[in-house]
Design a protein around this ligand. Structure first.
Ligand SMILES: [Mg+2]
Length: 185
């Protein structure tokens, strides 16, 4: 991919969307109890976006440096293709995912929010960063979402990719019809 490729050109090649969890699918905050129980907030609209992504034929994965079983549970519920916990060297993790699915870096989008994501963002065809990410992380992005992490940033990222691929209207229409609607004009 040429360094000067536009966002639309990059998005058209994406076959695999890889997401960080904390600060991307959540707002980054965690609720911890004295017993060590942990709670996080996810956004339902990001869940629908992943259903749309799958319907458009994209592979999806969640990659987190944490070892929380919450990420695994959310990933299973959303039907993502892979969940990688304990990923502290994310460039290696995305490299392994590309090898597993026999894809080139151009075919991967990665959405992240913090320094641990930078090595992965630097290797993929489409690097997406949430609005409230620190400046150092926004600096390596091809796209910064309007939404903050945990507030629909993944929804926005999926829409950007599928619109570039001209499949957004089709999958949205099919989703609405599948749930009893009449489709959209
Ligand atoms: Mg994060």
């Amino acid at each position: 991919m040429s360094p000067s490729a536009t966002v639309a050109e990059r998005a058209r090649r994406v076959r695999f969307l890889v997401m960080d969890v904390d600060g991307v699918l959540t707002d980054g905050r965690m609720i911890l109890s004295a017993r060590g129980d942990e709670l996080k907030f996810f956004h339902a609209r990001d869940g629908v976006a992943l259903a749309l992504a799958r319907r458009a034929g994209l592979l999806t994965a969640m990659v987190t440096g944490e070892r929380s079983p919450i990420a695994k549970a959310r990933g299973t519920r959303l039907g993502v293709d892979a969940v990688v916990l304990g990923a502290r060297r994310k460039a290696e993790t995305v490299g392994a995912l590309l090898a597993r699915y026999r894809l080139r870096p151009d075919a991967m989008a990665y959405i992240g929010d913090d320094l641990l994501d930078v090595p992965a963002l630097q290797r993929v065809g489409l690097a997406v960063v949430v609005a409230d990410a620190p400046a150092e992380v926004r600096a390596v992005a091809h796209v910064v979402t309007r939404a903050r992490g945990g507030h629909g940033a993944v929804r926005e990222c999926v829409e950007l990719i599928l619109r570039a691929q001209r499949s957004w209207r089709r999958v949205v229409d099919a989703y609405v019809r599948e749930h009893g609607g009449f489709g959209l004009r």
